[in-house]
Design a protein around this ligand. Structure first.
Ligand code: AMP
Length: 554
C-alpha cells in the first residue's frame, strides 16, 4: 500500500462523516456536528488513524469552489451592484469592530498589538461554506436577505485577499519578522493587489463573458450529457484555479465569477444541477478538515480565552452586523438573518492565523484560539438558525403589517387564489386576466413588489403559514392554483386549504406520479405533471384527421 494517502483521506473522511453524520441525525443534532466530530477522530490530536493534513484542506477547497460557483449561478451583476451599498460598508464596519474586539482580548492576554490585529482579523471573516450551506438549506440564497449576505461575504473575501498580501509587508512594523521589502513597500503591495483584482474583474467581464457561454453552448450542442457535465466542472475549477494563479484572488471569488457569467446563459440551471452531488460531497470534507485541526485539550488549557473568543465571534460580530443593517433601515428580520449567517469563522481565519504564526506576529496560542473559536462557532451556528426559524416567520408577518400592505379587494369576494409567481404562476396569472378576480401569494418580497406594481392584488408571505392563506381570502376562493416548485410545501399548503375551504377547486403543480398521489391525498382536485402536459401540447399539434379504416393497415 504505497502512495494511497489521497484515497485514504477521502475514504476516511467521507466514511466517518457518514457514520457520525447519521448518528447526529439520529440524535436530532445538525449533521455537520457529526462531520466535525469525524474530523476530530481522524485528526492528529486523537489516537488512531491520522488523515493527511496537507490533503484534507485541499479537498475542502474544492468544496468551497463548487459552492461559490453554484451561488454565482444564481447571481447577476445587477444583483451584486444592488447589494453593494449595504454590503461594502457593512463588511468594512464589521471587520473593524471584530478586529478591535480581538485586539482587546489579545492585549488582555498580554500579546503584542501586532498579534492582536492578526487575531482580530482572523475572527472577522465568516466561512463561505458554513454561510452558504445555512442559506441554501433554507432556500435563502435568492432572497433579498440572502443576496446581501452573499455580497457581504464577497467583500470580506476581498478584504482578506488584501490582508494576506499586506500582512507580510507590514510585519516588520507590527513587531514581527520583517519580510524582504517589495517594490514600493506597503503602498506598492496594496496598489498591485487592487490592480490585480480590478484586472481580474475586467478580464472576466470582457473575455470570460464571451468565451464561457460560447463554450457551454458548443458542448450542449454535442448532445452528450457527460461532456456537458465535464465542461461545467472544467470551467468552474479551471477559472477558480486560473484566477487564483494569475490574479491572486481567492479560489472562491474566481469560482463565483465563473458562475455569475454562466448565469447569463439559459443553460445555467442545467449547469447548476450537474455540480450538485460533487459539491455536497466536498462540502462535507470541508467540515472534516476543520475538525482535524481541533485540539480538544485547548478547552482545558485556556477555557476563559476560548469562551471570550467564541463570544466575540458569535455575540460581538452579530451585534455589530445588526446595528449596521438596522442603520441602513432594513427590517429586523433581515438584520437577524445576516447576523446569524456571519456569526462564525472558518477557512480564511486559519490561513490568516497560520500566516501570522509563520511571520512570528501571532503566538501559537493565538492560532489554537482561532481554531477552537472556529469549530465552536460552527457548532453553534445551526442552533442560531433554529431559533431564527422560530421567530422569523412571525416577525416578518408583523413587519409586512407595519409596512402597510394595500387592502385586498378581491379577497373579500369569490376569487381565484394563485400561490407562487414564478415560471408557472406568471403564465397562470396572465391567462386568468379578465376571467376572475385574482389574489396572488408570493414569498419573495421583491417579486411581490413587482406584482403589486403590475396591478395584481398580492400577499407577500409564505403560503405554508395559515395566516398568509387567510389574509388572501382562502375561505372565499373558488379556485386555488398552487404553482410552487416544492411538492412538500405544496402538500402543506393544500392540506390547510382543504381543511379551511372544502369546496374550492385546487389545482397543483407536480413533478412525478408520486407527487400527484401525495397532493391528491391532501385534497388537490387536480395535480399536473409537466411531462404529461408537454405530451398533450404536442398531440394538440398532431394531425387531426382520422385515417380511413381501409388505409389504416400496417
Ligand atoms: P418557479 O419555480 O420559477 O415557478 O418559481 C416559484 C415561485 O414561487 C417563486 O417566485 C417563489 O418565490 C414562489 N414560492 C415558492 N414557495 C412559496 C411558498 N411556500 N409560498 C409563496 N410563494 C412561494
Amino acid at each position: 500500500m504505497h502512495h494511497t494517502s489521497l484515497i485514504a483521506t477521502i475514504v476516511a473522511g467521507l466514511g466517518l462523516a457518514f457514520v457520525f453524520g447519521a448518528l447526529a441525525n439520529r440524535l436530532k443534532l445538525p449533521v455537520l456536528v457529526g462531520y466535525l466530530l469525524a474530523g476530530v477522530m481522524v485528526g492528529p490530536f486523537t489516537p488512531g488513524y491520522v488523515a493527511d493534513q496537507e490533503l484534507a484542506p485541499q479537498l475542502a477547497e474544492i468544496g468551497v469552489i463548487l459552492l461559490m460557483f453554484g451561488v454565482g449561478l444564481h447571481f447577476s451583476l445587477k444583483d451584486l451592484m444592488a447589494v453593494r451599498k449595504i454590503a461594502i460598508p457593512g463588511a468594512v464596519v464589521q471587520i473593524t469592530a471584530a478586529t478591535l474586539m480581538g485586539l482587546g482580548l489579545a492585549l488582555a492576554l498580554g500579546w503584542t498589538v501586532g498579534a492582536g490585529i492578526v487575531f482580530g482579523l482572523a475572527l472577522s471573516v465568516a466561512s463561505t461554506v458554513v454561510l452558504l450551506r445555512a442559506l441554501q438549506e433554507r432556500r435563502l440564497v435568492e432572497t433579498g436577505r440572502g443576496k446581501i449576505a452573499v455580497g457581504w461575504l464577497i467583500v470580506e473575501d476581498l478584504a482578506m485577499v488584501l490582508a494576506l498580501v499586506l500582512l507580510p509587508a507590514l510585519s516588520g512594523m507590527l513587531g514581527g519578522e520583517a519580510a524582504a521589502p517589495g517594490p514600493g513597500g506597503v503602498a506598492g503591495a496594496f496598489a498591485i493587489t487592487i490592480g490585480k483584482v480590478v484586472a481580474f474583474v475586467a478580464f472576466m467581464l470582457i473575455v470570460g463573458r464571451r468565451v464561457i457561454p460560447w463554450i457551454l453552448h458548443r458542448i450542449a450542442h454535442t448532445g452528450s450529457r457527460e461532456l456537458f457535465r465535464l465542461g461545467v466542472l472544467a470551467i468552474a475549477l479551471g477559472v477558480a484555479f486560473g484566477s487564483a494563479a494569475l490574479f491572486g484572488v481567492s479560489f472562491a471569488l474566481g469560482a463565483f465569477f465563473a458562475g455569475m457569467i454562466m448565469a447569463e446563459s439559459e443553460l445555467s440551471q442545467q449547469a447548476a444541477n450537474e455540480t450538485l452531488p460533487l459539491r455536497d460531497a466536498f462540502a462535507v470534507l470541508f467540515f472534516v478538515s476543520i475538525g482535524m485541526l481541533f485540539d480538544p485539550m485547548v478547552l482545558l488549557r485556556e477555557p476563559l480565552a476560548v469562551l471570550a473568543t467564541v463570544a466575540i465571534i458569535v455575540v460581538g460580530k452579530s451585534i455589530a452586523a445588526l446595528i449596521i443593517v438596522l442603520a441602513f433601515r432594513r427590517p429586523m428580520s433581515t438584520a437577524l438573518t445576516i447576523s446569524a449567517s456571519l456569526a462564525q469563522i472558518g477557512e480564511f481565519s486559519f490561513i490568516l492565523a497560520g500566516l501570522g504564526v509563520s511571520l512570528k506576529l501571532l503566538p501559537e496560542a493565538g492560532r489554537d484560539l482561532v481554531l477552537a473559536g472556529a469549530i465552536l462557532s460552527i457548532l453553534v451556528n445551526p442552533l442560531l438558525f433554529v431559533i431564527l426559524d422560530r421567530v422569523l416567520p412571525r416577525m416578518m408577518a408583523d413587519e409586512r403589517e407595519a409596512a402597510g400592505e394595500p387592502p385586498l379587494i378581491a379577497a373579500a369576494q369569490p376569487h381565484a387564489l394563485l400561490v407562487g409567481y414564478g415560471r408557472v404562476g406568471k403564465r397562470v396569472a396572465e391567462g386568468l386576466k379578465g376571467r376572475t378576480p385574482l389574489v396572488v401569494i408570493e414569498d419573495d418580497p421583491e417579486r411581490a413588489a413587482e406584482l403589486r406594481a403590475a396591478g395584481y392584488e398580492t400577499v407577500n408571505g409564505n403560503a405554508v403559514l395559515p395566516e398568509v392563506l387567510l389574509k388572501a381570502g382562502l375561505d372565499k376562493a373558488t379556485h386555488l392554483f398552487v404553482a410552487v416548485p416544492s411538492p412538500f410545501e405544496a402538500a402543506r399548503i393544500i392540506e390547510q386549504a382543504r381543511a379551511a375551504n372544502p369546496k374550492a377547486e385546487i389545482i397543483a403543480r407536480a413533478y412525478t406520479d408520486a407527487d400527484v398521489e401525495l397532493l391528491k391525498s391532501m385534497g388537490a382536485t387536480h395535480a399536473l405533471v409537466g411531462e404529461d402536459e408537454i405530451a398533450k401540447g404536442m398531440l394538440a399539434r398532431a394531425p387531426k384527421k382520422k385515417l380511413a379504416a381501409a388505409a389504416g393497415g400496417h
